[in-house]
Design a protein around this ligand. Structure first.
Ligand SMILES: Cc1cc2nc3c(=O)[nH]c(=O)nc-3n(C[C@H](O)[C@H](O)[C@H](O)COP(=O)(O)O)c2cc1C
Length: 168
C-alpha cells in the first residue's frame, strides 16, 4: 500500500485475497501508515507488516526476503508519488525496494485525483512502468476525494482480484 485516501479499500482486498487461498504479506510506505495502521493489516493478514527498509527485527533484509516469497506483488493503492519512485527505480521505501527486487509479476492499482493521473509526468511514469512489464488495473472514473469526480478512482476490489487471478 501507498499513501492514498483509497487505502481503506486495501483491507477488503487482503480479506478477499485470503478467500482465494492466498497467503498475504503487507508492505506499507510511510505515507500509507498515515491512512490505515499497520496493526489493521497485521490483524487481517495474520502476518507482520513491513513498513521500514531499515527494520531488521522481523526479517534480516525484508525487501529481499519478501520479494522472494511473492508469487504476485500488488500495490493497491499506488499513489502518484510511489508510481514516480517506481518508474525511477527508486528503492528508498520498503514497497519500492521490494518491487525492485522481486521477480514476481507486479500489478498496480492507481488511486489519485484526476489532475494527478492526467499530468504528463504521471502519463510518462505509467508508460515507463508498462514498458517494464508492470500490469495496471484501473483507475476508474467516478467519485473522488473532496466531492470531486473524474478519472483516478481505484479499481474495485473485485476487478483487482480478477486481474490477480488472470496473472496467477
Ligand atoms: C487526505 C489525503 C489524501 C491523499 N490521497 C492521495 C491519493 O489518493 N493519491 C495520491 O497519489 N496521493 C494522495 N495524497 C498525497 C500522498 O499521500 C503524498 O503524495 C505522499 O507523499 C504519498 O507517499 P507514498 O506514495 O510514499 O505513500 C493524499 C494526501 C492526503 C493528505
Amino acid at each position: 500500500m501507498s499513501g492514498s485516501i483509497a487505502s481503506y479499500k486495501a483491507c477488503e482486498l487482503v480479506r478477499r485475497l485470503q478467500d482465494m487461498g492466498a497467503a498475504v504479506h503487507c508492505l506499507m510506505t510511510p505515507g500509507a501508515v498515515r491512512f490505515v495502521t499497520p496493526l489493521t493489516f497485521s490483524a487481517l493478514s495474520g502476518n507482520p507488516v513491513a513498513t521500514d527498509v531499515w527494520d531488521d527485527s522481523l526479517w534480516k533484509m525484508a525487501h529481499l526476503e519478501l520479494a522472494e516469497k511473492a508469487d504476485l506483488f500488488i500495490i493497491a493503492p499506488i499513489s502518484a508519488d510511489t508510481l514516480a519512485r517506481l518508474a525511477q527505480g527508486n528503492a528508498s521505501d520498503i514497497v519500492c525496494a521490494t518491487a525492485l527486487s522481486t521477480k514476481a509479476p507486479v500489478l498496480l492499482a492507481p488511486a489519485m485525483h484526476e489532475a494527478m493521473w492526467l499530468h504528463p509526468a504521471t502519463r510518462e511514469n505509467v508508460r515507463k512502468l508498462k514498458g517494464f512489464g508492470y500490469r495496471f488495473v484501473g483507475p476508474d472514473k467516478g467519485p473522488l476525494a473532496r466531492g470531486d469526480s473524474g478519472w483516478g478512482r481505484m479499481a474495485d476490489v473485485s476487478a483487482i482480484l480478477k486481474e490477480a487471478r488472470k496473472i496467477i
